[in-house]
Design a protein around this ligand. Structure first.
Ligand SMILES: C[S@@+](CC[C@H](N)C(=O)[O-])C[C@H]1O[C@@H](n2cnc3c(N)ncnc32)[C@H](O)[C@@H]1O
Length: 308
């Protein structure tokens, strides 16, 4: 499957796991796709549901996508902006990056957000305690070369097309408010911040948030997939044992790179938690056998307890 990469990046982006998640999602005909932690939006954008609610607590993400939906940001507008600001970045180097960052922290302009997100260090979104974007410069003054700007313009165009074709809403809200609205026939995809990692102003995630989320998922009438981590070389995610052992859990190995060196590849077992049994829905015979084989191998890959 060709993955359409969105114009904004964020930490924990699920580009590499989209196909796996999509293959196990179960959205019925007229139900809504509900994504309370949209981040970059890469999962729902590739599922392409005809009705969707994309939500996030970070208003800058939501403003950006609403600006696209309302035609205030188009591929042409973004191209012009990035070409002009990119030329200044090339001429003035990091001083220009920090000027734009200061401007953005006063204006909240979504085009400036795009510029920063695509030229900052590691292409992430991080905000300090005052809610100010605080990622340093990515050290590439020539960042907005023609091919790169075209790539971003195409990514914007993809969202423009989709928002004109489908009924997609973008709302800034806490996950509790969003999940509470889901009903039977809807499908919720949750990708909350991982506890103890990636924390910043819009990503403060505590034990209490984790517990609230599982409580809501326990009582929802909608089907859901929750992305989380299962274990890494050093420890296991005890929230799975604590809150999710009665759900279906599928895992998959994923490698995170720290720096450029191959030896810094950190294996992580990613998990998806589902309140239905996907094997009866989508799995081929080979997949079913593989799942059983994996379960026998390590004892934890599939616990299945279908909800209905
Ligand atoms: C791991 S990221 C989601 C990544 C996304 N699935 C992707 O592939 O790009 C988690 C997101 O949850 C948002 N978030 C954190 N706390 C939240 C809350 N209480 N309610 C709603 N969204 C929240 C963050 O702003 C962040 O964008």
């Amino acid at each position: 499957m060709i993955i359409n990469v969105p114009p904004l990046k964020c930490q924990g982006i699920k580009t590499k796991l989209v196909t796996w998640i999509k293959d196990h999602a179960s959205l019925s005909g007229d139900g809504q796709w509900i994504e309370p932690f949209m981040g970059s939006g890469v999962v729902g954008f590739n599922v392409r549901p005809s009705q969707a609610v994309f939500a996030d607590i970070n208003p800058h993400i939501i403003n950006f996508y609403n600006a696209i939906k309302e035609g205030k940001i188009t591929a042409a507008i973004a191209r012009k902006f990035l070409e002009e600001e990119g030329a200044l970045l090339q001429a003035k180097g990091q001083d220009h990056y920090y000027e734009v960052r200061e401007r953005f922290n006063k204006s909240g302009n979504p085009l400036e957000m795009l510029f920063l997100n695509r030229s900052c260090f590691n292409g992430v979104m991080r905000f300090n305690k005052k809610g100010e974007f605080n990622v340093p410069f990515g050290h590439k003054p020539e960042r907005f070369a023609k091919a790169y700007v075209t790539k971003i313009a195409n990514q914007i165009n993809y969202v423009t097309q989709a928002t004109s074709q489908y009924d997609w809403q973008f709302i800034c809200a806490d996950f509790k408010e969003v999940i509470a609205k889901a009903g039977r026939g809807d499908f919720i995809y949750c990708d909350p911040p991982y506890l103890g990692r990636h924390t910043d102003y819009f990503n403060s995630w505590s034990e209490a948030s984790e517990q609230d989320l599982y409580e809501m998922l326990n009582s929802t009438r909608a089907r859901f997939i929750l992305s989380t981590w299962h274990s890494n070389r050093y420890r296991a995610n005890n929230a799975i044992e604590k809150y999710a052992s009665h759900f279906t859990i599928l895992t998959r190995e994923h490698y995170y790179h720290i720096g450029a060196s191959e030896k810094n590849r950190n294996p992580m077992l990613e998990a998806i938690v589902l309140n239905y049994n996907p094997l009866t829905l989508v799995a081929t015979e080979t997949e079913k056998q593989l799942a059983l084989f994996e379960k026998a191998e390590n004892g934890y890959v599939v616990y299945s307890s279908p909800k209905d």
